[in-house]
Design a protein around this ligand. Structure first.
Ligand code: HEM
Length: 404
């Protein structure tokens, strides 16, 4: 039962099965199972590390552009209006769009605003300490740093942080009853959230045309691709991609990391002995175990054989990063949290290919700084039971009490 069936209308069933099966070794120890049913609703589940590398390296065979990469169900046309961004496109268009913003995410550029990340993290810990003895770690700590940083990069004013947080929770967490109570209205809720974020970007964009600043919204508004500007639709969905990807992922790595440290006091002690020196290894291990993005989806462009399985043109292939990150043939004792794990070739940020996470350097920096502040100033902090996000796509934590 390591393969499962997705009924398009039933994301909740998919999420339920995933949450039930994910930690079972059988889920990833078995070879992938072609699960192609009538009507083309099924898909191949890639659960081995080697298969995910190969699919990522061959985007001309495993394409992102045929129906969308972030959902197993092909994206309906009305969704493409708000969510049809470069993550669901192939080169050369994908590469052209990515180039507009890629410079802002290089290690050199991330270094330039390191001090902003430091100040923001330090302030979050100040406020945590003011609570006296504890709070909801997710909403008060983990979610705040990535939200603030991506909003600053986009030029979104602080008064809109809450608005952005709520809309992106609907966009990536819509299958959870806390964000969309009625399963039948998920589609409408998504479209409304997309439309509301579009309105925000149009408002910001109108201003940036006249008064360009050095934020990313200005880069998008003033981008010139072979003599052409982005259309309003392209601008809006690019903005939504960056805002949502920038704040819905890293928070889950930070929350999951906090829980891992609580459950593994030996690893926490080890990190405390050398907070800066052990950070790079610890951060990679947190991303491996947290795998905040559970999967990306591709579509096969021509018949292809890979590791003994046939993938036929038009079939869907889902790359389960969570599963590959627990592949025992790659990671010794793969369910163990080991901050000194080396090498650690996890695919938490995706496999090697054109879509490899644009924000990986930024995310690493945010996780590093958040834990540095916590370990230095609140080393006794512990996390309670996590309340998990009900989603098949995001391995998320919605709430988690912490005490110190
Ligand atoms: C793509 C994971 C943080 C922006 C991706 C992909 C994954 C991923 C798995 C798809 C890779 C593929 O298809 O091969 C994560 C994780 C994060 C994180 C686990 C945090 C721990 C961020 C941040 C940003 C970001 C902070 C900032 C904006 C993006 C974008 C893409 C992407 C724009 C699409 C890239 C493309 O299509 O070329 N990420 N991400 N991510 N990520 Fe992240």
């Amino acid at each position: 039962d390591h393969a499962f069936w997705l009924r398009p209308a039933d994301e909740r069933e998919h999420a339920f099965r995933l949450l039930r099966d994910l930690d079972k070794p059988a889920f990833f120890a078995e070879p992938d199972v072609p699960y192609i049913a009538e009507k083309g609703l099924g898909y191949h589940a890639l659960v081995r590390h080697a298969d995910i590398l190969e699919a990522s390296r061959n985007p001309e065979i495993f394409a992102s552009g045929l129906g969308g990469a972030t959902s197993i169900i092909d994206m309906p046309a009305e969704f493409a209006e708000y969510f049809g961004s470069m993550i669901s496109m192939d080169d050369p268009r994908h590469a052209r769009l990515r180039r507009i913003v890629s410079r802002a995410f290089t290690p050199k550029m991330i270094k330039q605003f390191e001090s902003d990340v430091d100040v923001a993290a330090s302030q979050i810990v100040d406020e945590l300490l003011e609570t006296g003895s504890g709070c909801d770690f997710v909403t008060e700590v983990a979610a705040r740093l990535p939200l603030k940083i991506i909003c600053d990069m986009m030029g979104i004013p602080e008064s809109d942080y809450g608005f952005v947080f709520d809309r992106s929770n609907i966009i990536l967490g819509g299958s959870d009853p806390e964000y969309v109570s009625d399963v039948e209205s998920i589609g409408t809720a998504l479209l409304t959230a997309g439309m509301e974020l579009q309105e925000l970007v149009q408002r910001l964009a109108a201003d940036r045309v006249e008064n360009p600043t050095n934020d990313l919204t200005s880069s998008l508004v003033n981008a010139n691709i072979d003599g052409e500007r982005l259309t309003a639709q392209e601008l809006g969905s690019f903005f939504i991609l960056l805002v949502v990807a920038g704040n819905e992922t890293t928070r889950n790595a930070i929350s999951y990391g906090m829980r891992l440290l609580t459950l593994n006091p030996d690893q926490k002690r080890s990190w405390l002995e050398d907070i800066d020196g052990r950070a790079p290894g610890a951060v990679e291990e947190i991303v491996r175990m947290a795998s905040p993005v559970n999967y990306m989806r591709r579509k096969v462009t021509r018949d292809h054989e890979m590791n003994g399985n046939l993938y036929r043109q038009g079939e869907k292939v889902v790359l389960y990063y969570w599963s590959a990150n627990r592949d025992e043939s790659i990671f010794d004792d793969s369910l163990r949290f080991d901050i000194a794990r080396n090498p650690n070739p996890h695919v938490g940020f995706g496999g090697p290919g054109p879509h490899f996470c644009l924000g990986a350097h930024l995310a690493r920096r945010e996780i590093t700084v958040m834990f540095r502040e916590l370990l230095r100033r609140v080393p006794q902090i512990e996390a309670g039971e996590p309340e998990r996000l009900f989603s098949s796509f995001i391995n998320g934590t919605k709430h988690m009490e912490c005490t110190f």
